[in-house]
Design a protein around this ligand. Sequence first.
Ligand code: LLP
Length: 419
Amino acid sequence: MSSFQYKNETLHCENVSLKQIAEEVGTPFYVYSANGLRKRFREFDNAFEGMDRIVCYAVKACGNIGVLALLGSEGSGADIVSGGELHRALKAGMDKNKIVFAGVGKTEEEIKFGISSDILMFNAESRQEIDLINKCAGEMNATARIAIRVNPDVDAKTHPYISTGLKKNKFGIPVDKAKEDYIYASSLPNIEAVGIHCHIGSQLTEISPFRDAAAILVKLIKDLRKNGVNIKYLDLGGGLGITYHDEHAPSHKEYAEAIKEVIRDEDFTLVFEPGRNISGNAGALVTKVLYTKETEEKSFKIVDAAMNDLARPSLYNAYHEVQAVDSTEKMFTGDIVGPICESSDFLAKDRNMPNVKRGGLYAVMDTGAYGMTMASNYNSRPRVPEILVDGENYHIVRRRETYDDLTGPEGIPKYLRTK
Ligand code: LLP
């Protein structure tokens, strides 16, 4: 059952009416279903029943500490890409032994933060980074565990902006160079090379690229073991797609079967980094129609959410289903746009959608991943609150920003101050 359903003609998240939240919290807001998150996490994890595994939720998809605490309580670890994400994961009480740190540009400060937090491993992306991790660990009298992010040169067949496993992408170390780098890393005094990592892209709706990448990595692990590098963790990254519109997203079972086929009875711990797959369908952005406008060419609904709140439509031309919070049979064809001063500010374009009147509410669906985390303050718009619904109750897990939040970190140089 979906986390969002109509009850008495009003769209609910679990058992809470979105209209009620709008009345009490105001609009716009993001809303996440706690049971939707639990269900997706459990399904993903259970698909690998019987195998040693750690599912590390990709914090970049939705980093709210309320959401992270919920997933942490389900046994999730965290895939992080910055010091800020590490801070979030730790603050949410996630298990440090289940934190993996990816990213092509980790700074010295971030590396030291990871080492002092004793995370499971760094997914290193270059020899220079391996050297820096070794230096930092040396200065801290520690040993840092690493995996090397291998670029398997596999076509993920997804949007070019979110495809990462091809030779031409900036990510990882080419597979034919990785062995050399493992042998080098193993010779360093403050590094323990324990894992191998890849992440070939996001929103994959085909299974074969995952299978191909896993097979390439398993082959490399065997070769490395022969050369005295004992790999304990095989981290296959994230990327499993979801249904936004009419795409067929593979089931957890299909995904797990494909991986198991390649892994067979190898003895290592599997690591996964799903983001979108866990939270994407569990969230919605609720927004109010401020005005309606008809031009000779087109019909517009001008709503109070904008591209700064949800960047995906303007950035990737991404499709998000739009539902009327008060169910209606009436339809309109046109655009749902925000108040921002540029034409790329749309949430839905040239579509046939429910016709919500001025003052009514729309829910922009499947925005639980890469929604709030990609939000900005563009046009000095305070960022919207995040609400976590659990059964009959809702919790404000992030309050609406105020105007003072906008200017809080800023300052006027003394010589320009008027008071
Ligand atoms: N692991 C690594 C190393 C990653 O780079 C990513 C996503 C993930 C895991 C999680 O991928 P997922 O399971 O969510 O597909 N902003 C884009 C998505 C960018 C994904 C970047 N990396 C969007 O809105 O579609």
